[in-house]
Design a protein around this ligand. Sequence first.
Ligand code: ZN
Length: 207
Amino acid sequence: MKALILVDIQNDFIPGGALPVPEGDKIIPVVNNLLSHFDLVVATQDWHPRNHGSFASNHPGKKVYDVIDLNGLEQILWPDHCVQGSKGAEFVPTLNTNPVEAIFRKGTDPAIDSYSGFFDNGRKKSTGLADYLKGRGVDEVFVVGLAGEFCVNYTILDAAEQGFKTYLIKDATRPLNREQFEKAMQNMRQKGVVIIQSGDILKESDK
Ligand SMILES: [Zn+2]
């Protein structure tokens, strides 16, 4: 049973948004083409309260991209993004969300950030995603979305660690920083993650 996880395909993460990933919008048609090739599609959604600790604006004297200690964890400070109920937090309107069976919201606790769709960055709280996938009989997980070296990367590492056969569909993601993403992919491979292209899935289904 194969699941596709759409990570944070939200307005704030594409060009024009508050925390734009270069070419983030280019993944939308690629993702839309993939949807029908999976048994199950789920999505994660970054969903911060206004007072979230990852926002530079909530730390007087600090700037975006400064690194601080947030309740014992290293935290990069971001521009305000994906504020609950805002336009920026909505899924990109051209993304076909009809096949999405469940949405897992993350980053809702102001005291801790959550890059992975499975756990917060301190691994204290689970979103329930792993149990949901296991409950549905999923054994293979394919991950797409934004941004490659952050939320996609951490979602993938947790999926692999939770025992799922895990794949990154590389042309259905974009990073903030290409070099960091290359490093992240090297680490993924070492953890047994398989990196493929969307064409591999489309071809496979033609057989
Ligand atoms: Zn966030």
